[in-house]
Design a protein around this ligand. Structure first.
Ligand code: AMP
Length: 279
């Protein structure tokens, strides 16, 4: 497994193996089984797999959040080697955003809702860095987790709009034994907060069960989720949503399928989770 820091070095490897198919897995590191499931899928579907580890400063709208974001490069590299990655890009921030940097990619409507509304500027940072990763790696396929449902919708929109020549592959949410979606941020939870953090999964399940029993009013499903979060002492709801999975526009009535999603602060850690119903 090669570990490279510069853009030129990545390009040299990529262009030396032009005829081989490449899969790319963008990450911010502090890897867990969710990230590794993306790497494993990429290994199955491509001749070569590249992974980026970069805590992208432009997608953090809160300097404190960026500062406390967990990092462990040595452990990450060992996990990636074991998972079968061929190449890892670990750029310095100055490599991605050299002094004088002034170009950004902005997707419009779909970034104004949910995470975009709660975290102004977040998706501008995400689309900018992902567009740069696509330009550097020129992958045939790029792998993203359904865990970040809006990120998937935004990146698919960007790929369509800007004619990036690659396939976006979406992988299912990897969960802990009690249903909590795996996240690098889970490491910031105290033991008691970790216990209560299952409230997101339980709320989504409760709404999904109501849907299975015939409830089609989106507002009823929102209330079910809000109630469950409200009854969790350490949880504070940021938003809850029942929306169209592609446009992310809120629904009144569910006619075919819907994306149930939420963001919740458990203690001071902001967690997100989602499920698609009606598939
Ligand atoms: P991050 O390092 O948080 O930026 O995540 C890198 C990629 O891993 C993104 O495409 C995430 O959606 C994906 N990912 C993060 N957590 C999970 C999970 N629990 N299950 C599946 N994919 C995940």
């Amino acid at each position: 497994m090669q570990i490279l820091k510069t853009i030129d070095a990545i390009r040299q490897v990529r262009w030396a193996e032009l005829s081989l198919s490449w899969g790319l897995v963008p990450t911010m590191g502090f890897l867990h089984a969710g990230h590794l499931s993306l790497v494993e899928r990429a290994c199955q579907e491509n001749d070569r797999v590249g992974v980026s580890i970069f805590v992208n400063p432009t997608q953090f709208n809160d300097a404190q959040d960026l500062e406390v974001y967990p990092r462990d490069m040595d452990r990450d590299l060992a996990l990636l080697k074991e998972a079968g990655a061929d190449l890892v890009w670990t750029p310095e921030p100055e490599t991605v955003y050299p002094s004088g940097y002034q170009s950004y990619v902005e997707v419009e409507e779909v970034t104004t809702l949910l995470e975009g509304a709660a975290r102004p500027g977040h998706f501008r940072g995400v689309t900018t860095v992902v567009a740069k990763l696509f330009n550097v790696f020129q992958p045939n396929r790029a792998y993203f987790g359904q865990k970040d449902a809006q990120q998937v919708a935004v990146i698919k929109q960007m790929v369509r709009d800007l004619n990036f020549n690659l396939d976006i592959v979406v992988c299912p949410i990897a969960r802990d034994h009690d249903g909590l979606a795996l996240s690098s941020r889970n490491s910031n939870l105290s033991p008691i907060a970790r216990e209560q953090a299952t409230c997101l999964y339980r709320a989504l399940n409760a709404a999904q069960s109501a849907f299975a029993q015939g409830e089609r009013q989106a507002e009823s499903l929102r209330f079910i989720m809000i109630d469950l979060i409200a009854s969790t002492p350490l949880a504070r709801l940021d938003y809850v949503s029942v929306a169209d999975p592609i446009s992310l526009v809120e629904l009144e009535e569910i006619t075919d399928h819907a994306l149930l999603s939420m963001a919740v602060f458990v203690d001071n850690t902001r967690l997100i989770d989602n499920v698609i119903i009606g598939e």
